[in-house]
Write a protein that binds this ligand. Structure first.
Ligand SMILES: NC(=O)c1ccc[n+]([C@@H]2O[C@H](COP(=O)([O-])OP(=O)(O)OC[C@H]3O[C@@H](n4cnc5c(N)ncnc54)[C@H](OP(=O)(O)O)[C@@H]3O)[C@@H](O)[C@H]2O)c1
Length: 337
């Protein structure tokens, strides 16, 4: 067996995460025990939630332990099996280590995949958790109706870019914000949004929302938090819904805190958080609808792919600067046939 490359989490960041929280190491390739499989990992998903996991806090998922091998959603191919249900060549999606090779115990968090005529990486991308998040957040919590105004922050990202397109399919007037003129042009020209703006260059979020949502917001698909959420709340319409999907502006540093909270009462607003892993029962419905929309050409999709395990820490840090355009993935090994 060849030597194994791994990425270890070695230091809890204070404030903005940087590459010093990670160490790239060489280690012996593990041997699978009875009931285990040996995986060669070939794709990884890089996601904002990884930053809150670096802080010791009470959350829906345990924090990373200092010294552990980093982990996240990934794809691996079985190279050796000591499990009756798996054979070499099977491909799995699951919570995988940032490692070339790992011994793993298949369980509920690891599913065997059929290639199904799509690229393997689509199972982390357009058919993956971020797209499912957009689907369940918008449909189950947002409950959009045709003609309503939907505002989506981080709109060119993995979740946001799918949320805006499902919003359009459902007949909403869709407004998005993103962090570069190139991203804004894509939202307007390729995804067909009714309006989009660059949150880095506007004079204020409040003025931008007032200008682009003159009738107010019926549904806020909130990915950013902080002053973005404040502006959305200040322009929410009666019986509006705030889908609390994420608050990326608050993952490295605490946010400013919400003001004018009484507006939630006066405007009878429903504000609800959710975590996609509680909605995996919606995967079949999501997969069917997404396949149909893609066939009809109604869903466009972008991704940023970095090469190699050793570049994953830098890419993760870049998520918090907006370096990615669409879903951020890392290709860490050759794809199986
Ligand atoms: N609830 C759930 O189950 C669930 C599941 C998946 C994701 N999420 C959440 O959904 C949100 C989007 O995740 P994603 O995977 O789709 O990531 P993403 O949008 O593909 O990437 C993150 C983007 O956020 C923007 N951003 C970063 N820091 C920012 C800041 N301080 N202020 C404003 N914008 C900032 C950047 O885009 P710009 O260039 O546009 O600034 C960056 O590219 C995150 O909050 C994430 O935690 C929630």
């Amino acid at each position: 067996m060849p030597q194994n490359t791994i990425v270890r989490f070695v230091k809890r960041p204070l404030g903005l995460v940087d590459e010093r929280s990670f160490a790239i190491e060489s280690a012996p390739t593990p041997q699978p025990a009875d009931g285990q499989i040996l995986l060669r990992n070939f794709y990884h998903s890089l996601d904002p939630y990884m930053r809150p996991r670096m802080t010791e806090t009470d959350s829906y998922i345990a924090p990373f332990e200092v010294g552990q091998i980093m982990e996240g959603g990934g794809l691996g191919v079985v190279v050796e099996s000591r499990h009756p249900d798996y054979k070499p060549g099977d491909v799995v999606r699951g919570m995988l280590q940032w490692a070339e090779y790992q011994a793993a115990s298949p369980g509920v968090v690891m599913r065997k995949l059929e290639s199904g005529g799509v690229a393997w990486k689509d199972y982390l991308g357009v058919l993956g958790a971020a797209s499912l998040t957009a689907y369940v957040g918008l449909k189950l919590i947002g409950e959009p109706e045709a003609g309503e105004t939907l505002y989506v922050s981080a709109a060119s990202g993995a979740v946001g870019s799918i949320a805006v397109q499902i919003g359009r399919i459902m007949g909403c007037r869709v407004v998005g914000s993103a962090g570069s003129d190139e991203k804004v042009a894509w939202l307007r020209n390729e995804l067909g949004l009714d309006a989009a703006f660059n949150h880095r260059t506007v004079t204020s979020m409040d003025a931008a929302i007032a200008r682009h949502c003159p009738e107010g917001i019926d549904i806020d698909f909130e990915n950013v938090g902080g002053k973005t959420l404040q502006a959305a709340l200040d322009h929410i319409r009666p019986h509006g819904r705030i889908i609390m999907c994420g608050a990326i502006s608050e993952y490295n540093e605490p946010g400013p805190g919400l003001e004018r909270v009484f507006r939630i009462v006066s405007h009878k607003v429903r504000m609800q958080g959710f975590i996609v892993s509680e909605h995996f029962d919606k995967i079949p419905a999501f997969t069917t609808e997404m396949a149909k929309w893609r066939k009809e050409g109604r869903i466009k999709y972008r991704e940023t792919v970095v090469e190699g395990l050793e570049n994953m820490p830098r890419a993760l840090v870049g998520l918090f600067r907006g370096d990615n355009f669409g879903k951020l993935l890392a290709r860490v090994g050759d794809e199986p046939n």
